[in-house]
Design a binder for this molecule. Sequence first.
Ligand code: NI
Ligand code: MN
Length: 247
Amino acid sequence: MVENYASYSAPQQVYLTRMSLKITYFGHACFSVQLAGKTVLFDPFIRQNELAKHVDVSTVTADYILISHAHFDHLADALEIAQRCNAVIISNYEIAEWFAKQGVKVHHMNHGGKWKFKFGGVKYVAAVHTSSLPDGSYGGNPGGFVIESEEGNFYYSGDTALTMDMQLIPLTCAPLTTALLCIGDNFTMGIDDAVHAAQFVKCNKVIGVHYDTFGYIKIDHEAAVKKFAASGIELLLPAIGETIEIV
Ligand code: NI
Ligand code: MN
């Protein structure tokens, strides 16, 4: 039997561009990611962070500022940066509205909703925590974010307890490149629960956030890395001001 190769075509030459997530850590739960030429900043809290004194807030830029919940340690520098950079604040309805009243650009979201921005998709997901704004006004319910982009996909938990809702993320979102999880305990998940969270979201590369800033949340870095490693998960703890690249 003679095979017919008439329809055979050589595999197309594919030039793969090595896409990666470039993440700069600014301390506590604040970090920025470069996506599609935009700077996406999360939970800015720098000026009041004793551990981030070497970071000059006036050099921190953003095209978009994503805020997980209303606590001061997640938004203290947001207004200043948004005004200087003409950035869009993305958060839940109540937080976005609070910033809109102060004259900055906002995009309102709420739990379970997804929107395609110029830099990628954003889904606002559940978190178990509390959320009131610095002036005492209602901040809606707290959340986290799943970002889907050309550079990679990631989950930022915000402040949260370990919750079964995290299991919905791998069911409903693209596979994650990395997960930024709170690990400091007392106010949020601690290390043991964050290991379960990484397993719930099916991600074996975790960047720890929300630790060391205050007395109650100081952690033993080496012990934390070992605990994650025992479950086959890599825990990264970048220095404040450091930029890491995740492929
Ligand atoms: Ni909080
Ligand atoms: Mn917090």
